[in-house]
Design a binder for this molecule. Sequence first.
Ligand code: OSB
Ligand code: MG
Length: 367
Amino acid sequence: MEGKLSYQIVKMPLLMPFETSFGRQFDRVALIFRLDADGITSYSECVTDTDPFYSYENNFTALEIIDKYLASHIPKLPEPGEFMEQVSYVKGHNMAKAALEMLLWDYHARRNGIPLDRYLGRSKGKAEVGISFGMDPIETTISRISNALDMGYKRIKVKIKKGKELGILGPIRDRFPDISLTADANCDYSIKDMDLLKKIDRFNLQYLEQPLGHDDLIYHAKLAKSMSTPICLDESITEVEKAQKAFEIGAGEVINIKPGRVGGLTNSIAISEVVRENGGHCWVGGMLETGIGRAYNVAMASHSNVDYAGDTSPNSRYFKKDIVLNPFVMKDGFIEVKRGNGTGAEVDTNALSGYKTAEGVIKVWKM
Ligand code: OSB
Ligand code: MG
């Protein structure tokens, strides 16, 4: 059997800059993988970017880890779960692992002639959609929220940072007293900011996402006990066992499952099981993916263990032109998942070439 694993790096300008507590992003520099095997072509996206600001990984560490340690397992086309066991000796580097694990999900789903969400199992066939707003002048944010609500989004999330939270959340709550609203701090606070964080309780958020350190659970548990707002963990949950520990010590009631952050869809499903067993809630987040990466998130978001609206907004809001020909559209706050076999994404190879800044072949094989 012949096969090839290759990659392209694409630099796609964002329609609007996206500002979080860790910086302002102007483009999405995406690392796209392509697997050709048995006449099947699969694409996946590594959620790393150029900088190690959300996590320690970036496009270059991911490429190196894939090239040096992970790619050698691909020619045998293992099932995704099997692949994850084979590469468990590599510590961390979940985003790199996820990029190949997802390729294998798409490959096997296509080989079996079924859509990815059905191959994952227990699909609801659709995903409830929320939207995440970066930090902008408050009038801009308010008008964007108003548009998003008109479009049918089920939940509004805004980025906050230390010292700016009251000025962001106050005016939004005044203007939209009843909407499902959440805030994401991307680790900007420390436990010493407890008194400030408690002031957030007055805004009646559905949850507060990742207020404290990227690898912290203990102080989140301490904070969760002193706030009425439920805590949602994003950065801190990098493994299935961390999700289990989070529930054991009460570090949060909600988990933002990002398939890229947790090493792929096998671990995403396992984390959703932990959430269900512990009576928590979960939803599927995003990393400003192109239409290639988004498709994996949407498949996971349709899993019946996922009970809250995700950051799975159609990415026409981020890019003027996507690199897939059939990007998801939202209707009445839901995305219908089914579009054909595997992820169903039809990659626009012209658009891909247009955005390309680098490419390479990682491995070619004949068995
Ligand atoms: O923390 O959820 C986050 C984007 C980049 C890095 C981190 C995060 C985000 C988002 C965007 O909130 C969600 C999306 O992809 O629409
Ligand atoms: Mg987050």
